[in-house]
Design a binder for this molecule. Sequence first.
Ligand code: 8YV
Length: 324
Amino acid sequence: MQKSVIVLGRLSSSQWAELEQHFHVLELTKPLNLTQPEVLAALSQAHGIIGSGLAITPQLLDAAPNLKAIATVSVGYDNIPVDELTQLGIMLCNTPDVLTETTADTGFALIMATARRVVELAEWVKAGKWQTSIGPALFGSDVYGKTLGMVGFGRIGQAVARRGALGFGMQVLYSNASPKPALEKELGAQRRELNELLTEADFVCVTVPLTASTEHLIGADEFALMKPSGILINIARGKVIDENALIHALNNNVIQAAGLDVFAQEPLSTDSPLPQMSNVVALPHIGSATHETRDAMAQRAVDNIRLALQGERPISLVNEEVCR
Ligand code: 8YV
């Protein structure tokens, strides 16, 4: 009997056709409503699920006794209970590599936009306020030649650092559990303790995954260590930052500015003051959101689920233990 795969999210027509060659494919919409009989019927048959932002609850797992693999269309999987899946023998696959450069571009867009006040000044021009030549009140800060502090030095962190070092003559510092000698050689990057990095960097760029040990990694004490001219960039997960402490730091000249692609709550609550602040550039979690990259991520998820359900090793498997 053909195996069944549930798809939650967009696939191209060729990706859809590729899946249909091998599986019975069912499309459902997010969030999954587990009280709907058709959703429960689909889950009861499902061997695989493809989707992003998946709420993998115990109820969902109970409703899907045949589940063998989940392919999240994201590199991050902080929203997924990996240990529970491993215990149940369910493979979790993600989409690293294919989104690295695009997400690093987003990080650099935020570095440029915050330092040179791109959004604020574009809005100023749009409002017809450019009537005389501009003075120092509207000047920004240099990016070229400054110090870039990477909090987390995995694939995306390294790609941001490469842009900074090779394109913008930046001195790269990084804090990471393990040293990265190859990058030290390639970019002249230097490893620092987090506190030292915060003190020395002009730009602090966060790329660590969200885990129990990185939640609120950057809070009031950490902002106090940064330079008053320092700029915080977050392209990781919102909860790595204590947002209340960030708002306080931005309002009280503890740091200069922040460029944020991610927030503790997404979509961002309309109560959040962050997007209205002139020293904040807030984006709607677009790290990987280009046509090319989202297509490549969807393709990786399709490849992962196909391999997993055909008994082969998926390209990017998070919980290797399931295969042992
Ligand atoms: C995702 C992301 O695309 O990959 C990740 O972890 O944060 C984004 O690139 C987003 O979560 C939607 O899937």
